[in-house]
Design a protein around this ligand. Structure first.
Ligand SMILES: [Zn+2]
Length: 99
């Protein structure tokens, strides 16, 4: 197997990249990069391109806000899953040691 093929098979496609044949939802007005979501485009414009307009700056701030909300919800889910696992293991231990 060639190294390139191996690389393609073992490297996961990032969620941000647009697969071939799929119509991109948004494109960067500066470098024409396609995006699957408008929020990703707004973040890209804010992070990579310096010469942004007032509207793009606002969109960037909204996108950053939404990203951090999503991240916070993800943290809550992870903490909840860990808490549930801990509770189940604790109950199993109580039942197991009382037999
Ligand atoms: Zn761009």
């Amino acid at each position: 197997m060639s190294r390139l093929r191996e690389h393609k098979m073992t490297t996961p496609t990032p969620e941000t990249s647009v697969p071939e044949g799929e119509q991109p939802v948004a494109t960067c007005p500066y470098c024409d990069r396609p995006f699957r979501r408008e929020r990703l485009r707004d973040l890209h414009v804010g992070d990579v391109h310096e010469e942004w307009t007032e509207a793009e700056r606002e969109a960037y701030e909204v996108a950053v806000e939404a990203e951090s909300e999503d991240l916070f919800q993800y943290h809550l889910k992870v903490a909840g899953a860990l808490g549930a696992t801990y509770a189940v293991l604790f109950l199993l231990a109580v039942v197991g040691f009382s037999l």
